[in-house]
Design a protein around this ligand. Structure first.
Ligand SMILES: *[C@@H]1O[C@H](CO)[C@@H](O)[C@H](O)[C@H]1NC(C)=O
Length: 324
């Protein structure tokens, strides 16, 4: 008897919770519709005010986006074209200065980005946070968007205070975007305060593909963040592959950082990384030293010419790190 009454009580609680949930959902849908209605009516200020009150969001983050922003973000090409044909201003920005082109790139929608650019959108517009459309394309990892933006004259490396697209691509392991930027005049050793060089960042974020590519392209293996080298960054993490790559490309295992620490002293005790670093403490093989010396003399700008040298094939492969 008692059991059934407890069960009934439980049932009632669940029913009550469920009812409350449904009611909240209903309210939210109504408000969303209302906001949408105001946006469509062009009264974005009112929409922003409602959204601010209901959701507690700061003005400018979402609610003052135009239909053009919406269409671009979701990759709705047809809506976008229709809105443009209706004469919407392409360069319209939110209070945070986010443009529809920013949104298209963040969503990785190359067709939308292209339509916006073809119709004269500002390719180098900057948000209040210093974000460019190119930065957003690197964030989403859309190599196609990066290419289109560069084609329309995007600055591959913005002024030093602004967030750097190449660092964003590297941090997220978007190797292809990173390569396109480097091929378009970005300095491979560009050091950004707090983040360091792209190589340093790739080591910190353990993006092996990016580390490998940067080294192949001739990034300076010793430049990191201030006195911390990429090998210091790799030593703190877990990838022995990255440690090996850096040392193969001539990283100095004895280099001390600003605290006077060598990379091996930063590795977790008894870890694989520590072992890898200890194994490589002695002098490098003569072949290895020769390879580094030849590459150094060629210089970064002529590394791609190695394959045209009058040398035996195996030697060329060796110089290009295709064999070890
Ligand atoms: C958008 O901004 C760019 C750069 O400021 C300008 O050249 C272009 O004419 C503007 N386009 C429209 C449609 O206002």
């Amino acid at each position: 008897m008692e059991d059934t009454s407890i069960l009934a009580a439980f049932n009632n609680i669940y029913v009550a919770i469920f009812t409350l949930f449904c009611f909240k959902l209903f309210i939210k849908i109504c408000l969303a519709l209302l906001t949408q209605f105001y946006i469509v009516q062009g009264n974005r200020k009112e929409a922003a005010r409602i959204a601010e009150e209901i959701y507690g969001i700061t003005p400018g983050s979402w609610a003052d986006r135009s239909p053009l922003h919406e269409a671009a973000f979701h990759g709705r090409l047809f809506s976008l074209k229709t809105l443009i044909a209706q004469g919407f201003n392409l360069n319209i920005t939110t209070i945070d200065r986010v443009s529809p082109l920013h949104e298209a790139c963040l969503g990785g929608h190359v067709a939308c980005a292209k339509v916006l650019l073809e119709n004269g959108a500002n390719v180098n517009s900057v948000t209040v946070e210093g974000i460019t459309p190119l930065y957003n394309a690197c964030c989403s990892g859309s190599a196609a968007c990066v290419n289109v933006l560069l084609e329309y004259g995007a600055h591959s490396q913005p002024e030093c205070q602004l967030p750097s697209p190449v660092h964003e691509a590297t941090k997220r392991g978007h190797r292809e975007c990173m390569e396109i930027l480097l091929a378009n005049g970005v300095n491979i050793d560009h050091e950004v305060p707090h983040l360091g060089t792209p190589l340093y960042l790739a080591c910190t974020c353990q993006k092996t593909d990016c580390v490998k590519k940067l080294l192949e392209l001739g990034a300076n293996v010793d430049l990191g963040r201030l006195q911390d080298t990429p090998l210091h960054a790799a030593a703190r993490k877990t990838s022995t592959k990255i440690v090996d790559l850096l040392i193969d490309y001539g990283a100095d295992v004895k280099c001390r950082n600003v605290e006077g620490k060598r990379p091996v002293e930063l590795a977790a005790p008894n870890s694989m990384v520590e072992r890898a670093l200890l194994q490589r403490e002695g002098p490098a093989a003569l072949t290895q030293l020769c390879r580094l010396c030849i590459r150094k003399h060629l210089g970064r700008s002529r590394l791609h010419k190695v394959s045209r040298l009058e040398l035996p094939g195996r030697l060329k492969e060796f110089l290009l790190y295709r064999i070890c």
